[in-house]
Ligand binder design. Structure first.
Ligand code: FAD
Ligand code: MLT
Ligand code: ZN
Length: 514
């Protein structure tokens, strides 16, 4: 069953103002003086590698202006803005290799960019780094229905690949609200989670092979479509989740599951967070192997969707303040059997007083309407204002405490400009999205939230990034989730793979201590 695509491509310059450049807002960021600055000879060289006029976008102030490059310099949240004057749009792995070989020799810094839907500032430059945009690498290379292995260029859009697989009765094991814009390369680079981790596990387990161009231009080809391969270190895993700091992913082989032919969706209202947990426990025991998604959101999130997304209508009538909604999806081969299970589940929740209201979608339109509420939350939140996003993993019983503690703290500190504090996410994976919508990205709000949120997560031995990654937002805070030894080792690996540090600089890892 198809779900609605919540567009992640928003009109630029509408709504909130274009932010100041990131580096102007944060004086602690200093351009690395070791990086070369672009010269006319560099531009001419890139034009010789990429002969198509639209593949080299250089803001010379005449044919191309700095404003034309804004969509490549600014992130989806309008929080981070770089100042690059050059965007390269290669179509082949060989072109990527030639570009990186040249950048490595010249000491030119590079930011790999997919659909630019990342939520931690990793996909846009900080200063004048060259943007290497993968959108033109968009070929589906092969699909083998027997093994279920699909091999695609990194710039393929997730939804396009999923639609292609649909024609063969298969699907991508990964699904997220940005599926209409995000690319496979970006998905791998962030090890994106999303709505089906509960069913299909982490993306790491579904990726069989990766082709990547290393910072010196060498091509690392691990595109073997094998499920089992114990021959040495699993180097593809280095590229997955590295957020473009170790090289550019140019292709991937992914194990695509068979698409279930019967999918059912229910939404349930529960009065409190204890009810969310009870609903989850019952879902695991009663729905078993058919359970394919279990999401939750609070009433404050509901309110934002109501206020800001006129095209989305909540399927349940009353949304009591303090109450929660859960979305339960099942998927399998036997429609009648699955529907009966879901009905019995809902009946039990109502009989036992776990749920105060609930509805099972009777057709695809109703299922889409339920998903639209859940997937509309990030968009509604960003329409409300500037969004401070925290994406954490903590044990399920503790998860919502963080939202309550944050609300209490912001109220006690009387932080000006806070509009709403909401909690939602992939509760089945222990993954909370805490979002604070505010009038602007101010230091007062940031200082009230950080390190408070990170300290709270560390006190539960949680992760400060469950799925969105580190980007520019979290390198300084990595120590809340990783030991010094682990961070040291990551820095050593970075040094070996990218000795000049040209790949996506200023991000992901803290600067090594000297
Ligand atoms: P980009 O944003 O372009 O880049 C992200 C990072 O990957 C950057 O560091 C970039 O340098 C690097 N990168 C991109 N392409 C490559 C490449 N080919 N090689 C090497 N590095 C590369 N994330 C989740 O995990 N779960 C969700 O449920 C989810 N839902 C979302 C919903 C919305 C509405 C939005 C806007 C975002 C959501 N995200 C989610 C975050 C984001 O969509 C994902 O992280 C996505 O995987 C990023 O893909 P992208 O192509 O847009 O990458
Ligand atoms: C989601 O689950 O909706 C995504 O991770 C995006 C977000 O949290 O904004
Ligand atoms: Zn998420």
């Amino acid at each position: 069953m198809a779900r609605p695509f919540t567009t992640a491509t928003r009109p630029l310059l509408g709504g909130h103002a274009v932010p100041q450049p990131t580096a102007a807002r944060d004086p602690s960021l200093k351009r690395n003086p070791a990086f070369a600055r672009l010269t006319p000879a560099d531009i001419a060289h890139f034009q010789s590698i990429l002969p198509s006029a639209s593949a080299v976008l250089y803001a010379d102030g005449a044919a191309v202006t700095q404003d034309d490059l804004l969509p490549y310099n600014m992130d989806w949240m309008r929080k981070y803005r770089g100042q690059s004057s050059l965007v390269l749009r290669p179509s082949t792995t060989d072109q990527v290799s030639k570009i990186l070989k040249y950048c490595h020799a010249r000491g030119l810094a590079v930011v790999p960019q997919g659909g630019n839907t990342g939520l931690v500032g990793g996909s846009v430059p900080v200063f004048d780094e060259i943007v290497l945009n993968l959108a033109n690498m968009n070929k589906i290379r092969s699909f083998d229905a027997v093994s279920g292995v699909i091999t695609v260029d990194a710039g393929c859009i997730l939804e396009v690949v999923d639609d292609h697989l649909r024609t063969f009765g298969h699907m991508m094991p990964l699904d997220l609200g940005a599926k209409g814009s995000c690319q496979i390369g970006g998905n791998l680079a962030t090890n994106a989670g999303g709505l089906r981790v509960l069913r299909y596990g982490s993306l790491r387990g579904s990726v069989l092979g990766v082709e990547a161009v290393l910072p010196n231009g060498d091509v690392l080809d691990t595109l073997v479509p094998l499920r089992k391969d114990n021959t040495g270190l699993d180097l593809k895993q280095l590229m997955i989740g590295a957020e473009g700091t170790l090289g550019v992913i140019t292709a991937a082989s992914i194990l695509a599951p068979v698409r279930p032919n019967a999918t059912h969706v229910a939404v349930v209202a529960v009065p409190d967070y204890a009810g969310v947990q009870a609903a989850f426990l019952n879902a695991r025991t009663m729905l078993g192997e058919t359970l394919s998604a279990f999401e939750f959101w609070d009433s404050a999130a509901c309110q934002l969707v109501d206020e800001h997304l006129s095209h989305v209508r909540h399927p349940l009538e009353s949304q009591q303040p303090g109450a929660f909604n859960v979305l339960v999806e099942t998927a399998g081969a036997d429609a009648e059997h699955n529907m009966a299970k879901l009905d019995a589940y809902l009946e039990k929740l109502m009989d036992e007083g776990v749920a105060v209201d609930g509805a099972v979608a009777q057709d695809q339109a109703q299922a889409l309407a339920i998903w639209a509420v859940r997937e509309g939350i990030p968009e509604a939140c960003s329409k409300a204002g500037a969004v401070f996003k925290y994406d954490v993993s903590v044990p399920v019983p503790d998860l919502y405490e963080l939202v309550e503690a944050t609300r209490t703290r912001l109220a006690e500190l009387k932080v000006p400009g806070v509009l709403s504090v909401i909690g939602y996410g992939h509760v089945g994976d222990g993954n909370l999205h805490l979002n604070v919508a505010a009038e602007d990205y101010t230091k007062q709000v940031t200082n009230a939230l950080e390190p408070f949120v990170y300290e709270w997560v560390a006190s539960k031995r949680g992760s400060i990034s469950a799925e969105h990654g580190l980007g520019l937002m979290k390198p300084k805070h990595l120590h809340y989730s990783k030991t010094k030894q682990a961070i040291d080792l990551m820095q050593q690996i970075k040094k070996v793979v990218d000795p000049k540090g040209i790949m996506n600089p200023y991000k992901y890892l803290p600067e090594p201590e000297h």
